[in-house]
Design a protein around this ligand. Structure first.
Ligand SMILES: Cc1ncc(C[n+]2csc(CCOP(=O)(O)OP(=O)(O)O)c2C)c(N)n1
Ligand code: SF4
Length: 319
């Protein structure tokens, strides 16, 4: 590796200040984006975080199997319906007891966007002092790849199959991160595994900002098994998701949005979908619908970030 390339990589390595608390071999599929993310979080934020989460692909590893643990972190398993309510209890207890702890509520999109959304929204509205991280693999992967609210238009899942009666998901995905930012919480951000420096900064910022209340990170984390992707393409999928504006990188403090990476000439979304079998049945018309959705969402985001940067109104004072 050249010195120039090494210098470029150093900033990311500099964020890895803590040990990887996970065993070398764990029960994730090869190339799982969730595994890369889970190993990265404590190495950046520290091993003293308390993780809580639900039944999902992360649960077998986080909960442990056969009375054995896969890691050295504190973990509290809870229900999909009440993940954020459970994290609220933990965070309030630590605060009341005067214990300086970071509670990380770590869940898939099925929990965050659908089954556990009510109490997620409630915790955000009450500004509870914890960090919620949604790893978005765009479906209920642990139970066999069912569609969720964040599954994109055209994607084939077991509940939106391609066949005589169905052409994959025929609805557009919801924008969970934007929805959470609109709760005007202290901090909301999107991130992914191709931009680790950006992800590390956002993790540290959330850790700092949780003193002010609720923080939400939406991390795009590919699932090679459910998406029909090559295990060694996980990072390239993330890269192309960013380069096509399929998954733009931004952050919002108290609802004020700022892009953290701007793509000058976004590539067509087809350069992203071609990497996965879940999109293989999409025709030109389907691709146009998906592209229009990506452009529309980016337009809203761009508009909000410009408007909010220009907005001269003061933020309401903290209570
Ligand atoms: C209320 C409720 N409904 C359904 C289930 C069954 N279930 C267990 S894991 C799971 C999938 C979770 O999906 P997600 O939160 O997206 O995480 P992933 O599996 O993708 O990691 C489901 C539906 C459950 N445990 N609780
Ligand atoms: S099914 Fe997908 S999310 Fe679950 S462990 Fe395998 S690759 Fe990871």
């Amino acid at each position: 590796m050249t010195e120039k390339k090494k210098a470029k990589l150093t900033p990311v390595l500099d964020y890895l200040k803590h040990e990887d608390p996970f065993a070398k071999g764990v029960a994730f599929c090869p190339g799982c984006g969730l595994e890369l993310l889970l190993r990265f979080i404590p190495q950046v934020m520290g091993n003293d975080i308390v993780i809580t989460g639900t039944p999902s692909c992360s649960a077998p590893v986080l909960l442990g199997q056969n009375n054995q643990s896969w890691h050295k972190l504190s973990y509290f398993g809870t229900l999909m319906t009440g993940a954020a309510a459970n994290a609220t209890g933990l965070a309030r207890y630590y605060k009341k007891a005067g214990i300086d702890n970071t509670v990380v509520c770590f869940n898939g999109d099925g929990t965050a966007a659908d089954i556990g959304f009510g109490n997620l929204s409630g915790a955000a509205e009450r500004n509870e002092p914890f960090i919620y991280i949604c790893y978005d693999n765009e479906g209920y992967m642990n139970t066999g790849v069912q569609k969720s609210g964040t599954t994109p238009y055209g994607a084939t899942t077991t509940t939106t199959p391609f066949g005589a009666a169905s052409k994959g998901k025929n609805l557009r995905r919801m924008n969970l991160a934007l929805k959470m930012a609109m709760h005007k919480i202290p901090y909301a951000a999107t991130a992914t595994l191709s931009d680790l420096g950006d992800l590390a900064k956002k993790l540290l910022k959330a850790k700092e900002m949780k003193e002010k209340g609720f923080c939400f990170l939406h991390v795009f984390a590919p699932c090679p098994t459910g998406w029909g992707a090559a295990p060694d393409n996980t990072i390239e999928i993330c890269r192309r998701a960013v380069k096509t504006n399929y998954f733009p990188l931004w952050e919002a403090e108290n609802g004020k949005i700022r892009m953290t990476k701007t793509i000058k000439k976004p590539k067509p979304v087809k350069t992203y979908t071609e990497l996965m079998k879940k999109f293989k049945f999409m025709d030109e018309e389907d691709h146009k619908i998906l592209q229009d959705d990506v452009d529309y969402e980016y337009c809203i985001l761009g508009g909000l970030s410009v408007l909010e940067a220009e907005c001269q109104l003061p933020l309401p004072a903290d209570e």
